[in-house]
Design a protein around this ligand. Sequence first.
Ligand code: HEM
Length: 409
Amino acid sequence: MTSTVPVPHGLPMQRDAGPFGPPSDITRLRDARPVSPLVFPDGHEGWLVTGFDAVRQVMADTRFSSRQDIGILHVPYEVPGMPVPTEPSPPVPGMFIAMDPPDHTRVRRMLTGAFTVKRMRMLEEHIADVAERQLDELARLTPPVDLVREFALPVPSLVICELLGVPYGDRESFQTNSARFLVKDQPLEEKMAAYGALTTYLSDLVTRKRAEPGEDILSDLARHGELTVEELTGCAFLLLLAGHETTANMLALGAFALLEHPEQLAELRADPELLPDAVEELLRYLSVVDILYRYATEDIELGGETIGRGSTVVVSLLAANHDPRRFDDPDTLDVRRKARGHLSFGHGVHQCLGQQLARLEMRAGFAGLLRRFPTLELAVPAAEVPLRTDMNIYGVHALPVTWTNPVVD
Ligand code: HEM
């Protein structure tokens, strides 16, 4: 395929189409050349995949290795000083998001039982309780308040801490370190320091669980005995980070998006039955996990292009989820849309392990928030909401909101 759109130098990331849509350069590129060469800031050439079909194909094909990065850093070209990989990186023990089969299969298999739809359904009521208790606390505060701090972060954090058996009281230090770890454009030493602090904390925790297992997922893994302490630590790191940063940003950015689309919000308030579809639509529309990296282990044909062996391949889930070839009127938020089939949880062997959990948290979180705070509104102009364009997971750093007369259940 030929294109009149120039080959991008660096990832076009500027949110010039508003806080929710893909950057306009990405949209133009996707429509003209969904599999495009890309020149990274260090001059190294790779590929940028933005079309829905091509992105799905990359995710489904394990010849596109996930061992592109160190652990879940996923940022080989954003971290100053980090060398360009010339072959897949050695797997970090337990960090199965950055492994390929069969290593990936061995570790993930031990966790799938804990995250099945059935197991998650058993937690549904409990998750709703956690959300309601957090909303009780929110209702006691005098607005304006930051919805991220008081609601969007605590709910998934409380849930994942309890599931994993991580003391919630320790959250301040691990949340600070995970935020330091997720900041882009940060010197490698900074990231590694945050990573080191988190892994030291988690390695102590899993060692204690090995000695005295409790009733939680990490204890079950430790009791099983098949994973080393290093592997258990890697799993704990991945689950803890993936388990709260992602959902917290979906809750906060989702609330922002609904407040910015009052007619959609009104429809949802009028008919709460729409909520499961609305959650899928928010997942699609916002795609908070946007950029993923892969590494071509052989020459692969993709969308009429040949991806050479050894190439770095960047996929944009946000661009794919806004592809008009797959979704009608894709840049419109429509809570009635049947958006299932979006790629926000990835696709293929690495498809999100926590997706059922995330769905339950979002359904409970949005349902409670809308019911209890019928007059919720932004406390600052939308343009002043601080966007997380500097992080690997998109969202808002804070969401100042206000209300009158919360509903007390
Ligand atoms: C993987 C998104 C919530 C655990 C992934 C991937 C995406 C994603 C796109 C694929 C990564 C890749 O292919 O490289 C999301 C979003 C969430 C969410 C948008 C919230 C709305 C959660 C939660 C957990 C979780 C609550 C809790 C356990 C994981 C794990 C993986 C993963 C362990 C790695 C799976 C593997 O490599 O086999 N997630 N996630 N995620 N997610 Fe989530």
